[in-house]
Design a protein around this ligand. Structure first.
Ligand code: ABU
Length: 497
């Protein structure tokens, strides 16, 4: 083999190293042009809608026995971009993630080029130290003294919440690691009715049982009702079951509400219950001196979920689980595989951090976020968050005064703004018996129209007995007030009948 040419792995004999190199350059150029720059241009559509059947017919999904050409592969890249939703587009405000951060993107691409697995220092030296550095800085934002404690990057906020349940259970009953749930009393977890569905899923997955997740009422602003929490804890004790964890939410998925952490912490302290805060979405407010008061009391939490891929716009995915307990992750999860975590290595093996995770092979989600943080500084992250709050305020004020728009929460706390759009044909008919049913159908119809035209993407949902309403989510700080105006005008245009 020619030692000077890159040894890119390919079983086929036909293409040579120069052809591989050209292919990689062409593919990257294509991605930059179509998936980054065109996909974030306001003049381009957010999506080109095709039904599943139309997409099956239009796209070459089939896998074949024989190899295909580089030309065809480049065409497939182009087709994939063409038929994908451009989640980096300024008019994609559908989910709790959006936008393309240039530093995050390059961080993601470098991570993939290096392809490390962050379990041992020997294969991921830079990423290992970077993880500990970033996690410590994030714990400082929580208010843990000197950022002490432990933490991990994990695949999504749901899994981070699952780590919290496991740590809380281990903390109360360490024997669960070896003996399992056998012999343990019935354990109970608490979260609000507006909390993320992962708490329920993970209670089921980890053997707590979804019936043992006690749902706590919320008030008119979507915040946990602490008096109800107290009553549910009392009920648990009367049932001879054991309360193990309260999961408060900082930034609920739909309404963006912040549970009163300080008050909940007092209850947890009184009863000796692990306090977890799911700040996957709302954690971003911690970097803003102006808005971090929303999470007052978070320093008292035993653990926290915080996803930099949400408000801080690191590329998917970038989720963290943080805890003030220095040993609980290792104690509850370690299994000491001899083929990875040999104790007789020639370096300090405390840097082999992989055993505190339940994953083995693990992507280095830290680099993109560390790189963004380096590029912008903490001040830049703060300015980004403040800009989103400002846009949210502008949008809220705008629709408050606009005929046909009605806010669900009059004063949203975060950058989720929830609202109904009442089209001209329904205005003035609020007192008619079928008004609610008719309004329930408005948001799905407008959503269908916007997706078929590709002009924007915003989500909708019902909550309890409230008919479907829109949820606008802001975390792309490159948006302007003109974009806010566009969203209002476009919904009005699509729902003008
Ligand atoms: N974990 C995020 C929930 C999905 C969304 O509303 O964007």
């Amino acid at each position: 083999a020619d030692e000077k040419t890159p040894a890119i792995c390919d079983f086929r004999s036909a293409p040579n190293a120069a052809e591989h190199e050209q292919f990689v350059r062409d593919a990257v150029g294509l991605m930059l042009k179509q998936a980054v720059f065109r996909a974030t241009d306001r003049r381009s559509p957010v999506l080109n809608w095709k039904s599943p059947e139309q997409l099956q017919a239009a796209f070459d999904f089939k896998l074949n026995h024989s190899a295909t050409t580089h030309g065809h592969l480049l065409q497939l890249i182009e087709d994939t971009i063409e038929h994908s939703v451009k989640t980096g587009h300024p008019y994609f405000i559908n989910q709790l993630f959006s936008s393309v951060d240039p530093y995050g993107l390059i961080g993601q691409w470098l991570t993939d080029a290096l392809n490390p697995s962050v379990y041992t220092f020997e294969v991921a030296p830079v990423m290992t130290i970077m993880e500990e550095t970033v996690l410590t800085e994030m714990r400082k934002f929580l208010g843990y003294p000197d950022g002490k404690g432990d933490g991990i990057f994990c695949p999504g906020g749901s899994i981070a919440n699952g780590y919290a349940i496991n740590c809380a259970r281990y903390h109360a009953f360490p024997e669960v690691k070896t003996k399992g749930m056998h012999g343990l009393p019935r354990l109970v977890v608490y979260t609000s009715v507006d909390a993320h569905y992962s708490i329920k899923k993970l209670c089921a997955f980890e053997g707590i049982g979804s019936d043992n997740l006690y749902l706590i009422n919320t008030d008119a602003k979507g915040k946990m009702d602490v008096a109800h929490l107290r009553r549910q804890i009392q009920k648990t004790l009367e049932e001879n079951a054991v309360p193990i964890m309260v999961s408060a939410t900082a930034g609920t998925t739909v309404l963006g509400a912040f549970d009163p952490i300080e008050e909940i912490a007092r209850v947890c302290q009184e009863y000796g219950i692990w306090l977890h805060v799911d700040a996957a979405w709302g954690g971003g407010a911690l970097v803003s001196k102006k808005h971090r008061h929303l999470l007052t009391g978070i320093h008292r939490a035993d653990s926290v979920t915080w996803n930099p891929h949400k408000m801080l716009t690191a590329p998917q995915q970038c989720s963290t689980f943080l805890t003030k307990h220095e040993h609980v992750l290792t104690d509850s999860n370690s299994s000491c595989a001899q083929y990875l975590f040999q104790k007789d290595k020639f370096y300090d093996t405390s840097y082999d951090t992989g055993d505190k995770h339940i994953q083995c092979g693990r992507r280095a989600d830290v680099f993109k976020f560390w790189f963004m943080w380096k590029a912008k500084g903490t001040d830049g992250l703060e300015a980004h968050v403040n800009e989103n709050f400002d846009n949210a305020k502008y949008f809220t004020q705008k629709i408050r005064n606009r005929v046909g728009f009605e806010l669900v929460l009059d004063e949203p706390e975060y950058t989720n703004i929830t609202f109904w759009y009442v089209p001209p044909s329904l205005r003035g008919r609020q007192n008619e018996p079928d008004f609610k049913n008719k309004l329930h159908k408005v948001a799905p119809k407008i959503k269908e129209r916007m997706m078929k035209e590709g002009t924007m993407m915003i989500t909708y949902q019902p909550v309890n007995d409230l008919p479907n309403f829109f949820r606008l989510v802001l975390q792309n700080s490159s948006l302007t007030t003109a974009d806010m105006d566009y969203f209002v005008d476009e919904i009005e245009r699509l729902g003008s009948d």
